[in-house]
Write a protein that binds this ligand. Structure first.
Ligand code: DON
Length: 310
């Protein structure tokens, strides 16, 4: 029996109180400013939505406001890449936490241009490059959007061109990661094409309600079991747990205790295995680039309902 069967009104009350309390917190973190379009987002916004496997959904705050999902998109591209390449993907990217910032280049030099995991930028660029092989950027992006829309059961999900352009103009670090990996033979396509595709996937916009629904393919939601096989659900959740918050992954596992993937837009997708998919959004970030209040909300929620897997 899920928590909603017993006391659905209690859960809604808990969420509303949580949202109101966190919105009053003075320390909200800082919005990402290395992507100029993201620097313009109002930091005083907060939203959370939970989608249970039985189909019921509970939300609070600005839960229909769309935000830039950024690195959360890496979960969807990983699912697509694993579906296409299977375990061959692991010849190009590893499955280990990096212990370094999401945009770090340092390990690539001593590790033959093979990124530590698919969630740091270098690993996500390789993953996108693998989807791009045999397709044009337009086709690859159409495939990514189709997957996300099918997962969310909602076609009203688009890419924000201004955000993609803004990141392309200032993405020197990502350009250096891609060119370095190209020099080591780990990027198959033209770097501009791979990065153009990567920047566009990061610029997908979704609301918390849409994102929570899209996460059901990872929580074992019964109507989404066809999207990827069970073993892959397990693989992706394990990587979210160990690598989903970069050099803050240990802290997130310690405090929240469930798999999660953050983005510099301030969103986090978190999975309560076999129970629910949760999306939270608060644009202010901590020093690792993860949503400050989003993490706090998930910690409070998983503690209250005893959702930690540990
Ligand atoms: O490549 C970048 O830097 C961004 N498009 C995505 C980084 C990101 O979301 C890191 N997450 N916390």
């Amino acid at each position: 029996m899920s928590v909603t069967d017993k006391h659905p009104q209690d859960l809604q009350l808990f969420l509303d109180k949580l949202g109101t309390r966190l919105q009053k917190t003075p320390q909200k973190g800082s919005v990402a400013d290395y992507i100029p379009e993201l620097a313009r987002v109002d930091p005083d916004q907060f939203a959370l939505s939970i989608c249970f496997n039985d189909g019921r959904q509970f939300s609070t705050g600005n839960s229909t406001t769309k935000f830039s999902i950024q690195s959360i998109s890496k979960v969807f591209t990983l699912a697509i890449a694993l579906g296409r390449l299977g375990d061959k993907l692991w010849q190009r990217v590893r499955k280990e936490p990096s212990g370094n910032p999401f945009n770090s280049i340092i390990q690539l030099e001593t590790e033959q241009g093979i990124p530590r995991n698919p969630f740091i930028n270098a690993g996500a660029i390789v993953t996108t490059d693998s989807i791009l092989s045999g397709s044009t950027p337009k086709e690859a992006l159409a495939e990514i959007l189709m997957f996300v829309r099918a997962a969310a059961s909602d076609d009203d999900i688009y890419i924000n061109e201004a955000v993609a352009k803004s990141e392309n103009q200032t993405g020197h670090r990502n350009y250096s990661l891609a060119h370095f990996m190209k020099s080591m033979g780990n990027i198959e396509n033209d770097c501009d094409c791979t990065l153009g595709t990567y920047f566009h996937q990061c610029a997908i916009e979704m609301s918390c309600e849409q994102l929570a629904r899209a996460g059901r393919f990872l929580s074992g939601g019964t109507d989404k079991h066809h999207m990827i096989d069970k073993q892959r659900v397990r693989s992706i959740n394990s990587l979210m747990m160990t690598c989903g918050h970069y050099d803050g992954s240990g802290e997130f596992a310690y405090r929240v205790g469930i798999p999660g993937k953050s983005g510099v837009g301030g969103g986090i997708l978190a999975i309560v295995p076999n129970q629910a998919s949760i999306a939270v959004w608060s644009p202010g970030l901590d020093s690792c680039g993860n949503s400050l209040l989003g993490t706090q909300a998930l910690e409070d929620l998983s503690t209250h309902y005893n959702w930690s897997v540990f």
